[in-house]
Design a protein around this ligand. Structure first.
Ligand SMILES: C[S@@+](CC[C@H](N)C(=O)[O-])C[C@H]1O[C@@H](n2cnc3c(N)ncnc32)[C@H](O)[C@@H]1O
Length: 169
């Protein structure tokens, strides 16, 4: 499969999981965390499907399309390994949904990402909240959710947090 085909399939998988998540977290009040603003494409989609939620975007710098940059209160700039740990006073609490989109296509970077992001993400999502991730995460207590129809396993990772998680940070 060409890299173009692979990219298109990954984008479709990402969009379908995000859309499905909007239904899954409909009854879980709380903000949405976008880890990796990048160009702002998925942030822009999240704004469409979660029009009434606070959406916080995290990135080490802001280089998104000018129409896809969150306002200053919702843009958390810095290394996510640090900012995600300390974001709760600003976000008002844990997230109903975390979208992890931090990969750069390098498999070694991907392994490192899994190692550092897994415990952080687990500590910042609400009970029964949902995690959509471009990298496989090590979340042993989380339920692996079935992927939407047509999405091949390994293209995107989809988890639901246990109901026993703490609401507080
Ligand atoms: C694949 S891009 C995100 C694409 C974006 N979601 C979109 O749809 O346009 C990955 C982004 O993650 C950011 N990133 C990766 N590791 C990071 C880290 N440790 N801290 C902060 N930002 C990070 C990069 O700066 C980059 O902008």
């Amino acid at each position: 499969m060409s890299r173009l085909d692979s990219l298109i399939k990954r984008f479709i998988a990402q969009r379908d999981c995000l859309d499905h998540t909007a239904t899954l977290v409909a009854d879980i009040p709380g903000p949405i965390f976008e880890l990796g603003l990048g160009n702002g494409r998925s942030f822009d989609h999240l704004r469409e499907i979660f029009p009434d939620r606070e959406i916080y975007a995290f990135d080490r710098s802001v280089s998104a399309h000018p129409r896809c940059i969150p306002d200053a209160d919702h843009m958390i700039v810095g290394d996510i390994r640090e900012t995600l740990n300390y974001c709760l006073p600003r976000t008002g609490g844990k997230a109903a949904m975390i979208h992890v989109d931090l990969g750069n296509g390098d498999p070694t970077y991907g392994l490192a990402l899994t190692a550092w992001a897994s415990p952080l993400v687990a500590s910042r999502v609400l009970p029964n909240g949902v995690v959509v991730s471009d990298a496989e995460l090590d979340l042993p207590d989380f339920e692996k959710l079935p992927l939407p129809d047509g999405v091949k396993p390994g293209r995107i990772y989809f988890y639901r947090a246990p109901s026993t998680l703490s609401v507080e940070g």
